[in-house]
Design a protein around this ligand. Structure first.
Ligand SMILES: Nc1ncnc2c1ncn2[C@@H]1O[C@H](COP(=O)(O)OP(=O)(O)OP(=O)(O)O)[C@@H](O)[C@H]1O
Ligand SMILES: [Mg+2]
Length: 227
């Protein structure tokens, strides 16, 4: 298994008491597989994903128990600097709201390029060329002319594709997409899902897809977990 989450338990310690947000969740996904995660609002889908990615706010969050085995290694036992290397490079996340996940004061090219500068030690010039290549790959029209544009200058669908570009920049083995298309209209949703599926096949990635959309689930999921 690429990712094997076992009996994960996450709590939040708030002023009003302890919230047991995730109470013994287990799911797994293999390379090239799509796992759809369903469940009512507040059931802990996003918190589970955050715990897997290692981006949970701690405090107030606390991992009470369980294992997150990624390629056989328990991520919960790793030091933060080792986890940071895995995050972004080998495991990436796509969020629902691209506008608030992209930095508004940096050009899209600068944000994409940063991945290659930080993780691959590339020069600014080479990183810029890579950014254009990625934008092309997720079908941003006129990528070369638009690489210096800022997030607000792109449409919602384009921004979501830029988020996908950023997530797949370093060709991770696993992508977690948390309602990646909820904020988009139906046609654009379909395009984004198609792109995600195409890249997953090309790179043989594992994909965890958190969604409320049963149509999407029926189309793309190999496995389903209901929380
Ligand atoms: N930082 C936090 N502090 C306190 N409680 C939190 C925090 N983050 C999440 N929670 C709680 O954890 C529970 C699970 O939240 P989560 O965001 O995972 O739900 P979800 O399944 O993703 O819901 P949705 O479908 O609405 O996105 C909720 O009760 C939520 O209020
Ligand atoms: Mg959520």
């Amino acid at each position: 298994m690429l990712l094997d989450v076992r009996d994960l338990q996450v709590e939040f310690h708030t002023r009003d008491g302890v919230v047991k947000a995730v109470n013994g969740v287990s799911y797994s996904v293999d390379a090239g597989e799509t796992l759809a995660v369903l469940g009512e609002s507040g059931s802990g889908k996003s918190v589970t994903a955050q715990a897997v990615m290692g981006i949970l706010d701690m405090p107030p969050g606390r991992i009470k128990g369980g294992e997150v085995l990624f390629k056989g290694q328990d991520l919960l036992k790793l030091k933060e600097d080792r986890r940071r290397k895995i995050r972004g490079a080998d495991m990436a996340m796509i969020f629902q709201d691209a506008l608030s996940s992209l930095n508004p004061v940096l050009s899209v090219g600068a944000q994409l390029g940063e991945m290659f500068i930080v993780h691959r030690g590339m020069s600014r010039k080479d990183a810029r060329a890579k950014s254009v290549e990625l934008m092309d790959r997720v079908r941003i029209p006129a990528a070369k002319e638009r690489v210096n544009d800022y997030p607000h200058q792109f449409s919602g669908g384009m921004r979501q594709r830029i988020m996908i570009a950023m997530a797949m920049a370093l060709e991770p083995s696993l992508i977690i997409a948390d309602e990646p298309t909820t904020a988009l209209d139906v046609t654009v949703q379909a395009q984004v899902m198609e792109l995600l599926g195409e890249l997953r096949r090309e790179l043989d990635m594992g994909l965890i897809l958190i969604t409320h959309d049963l149509g999407v689930v029926a189309d793309v999921a190999d496995k389903i977990a209901v929380m």
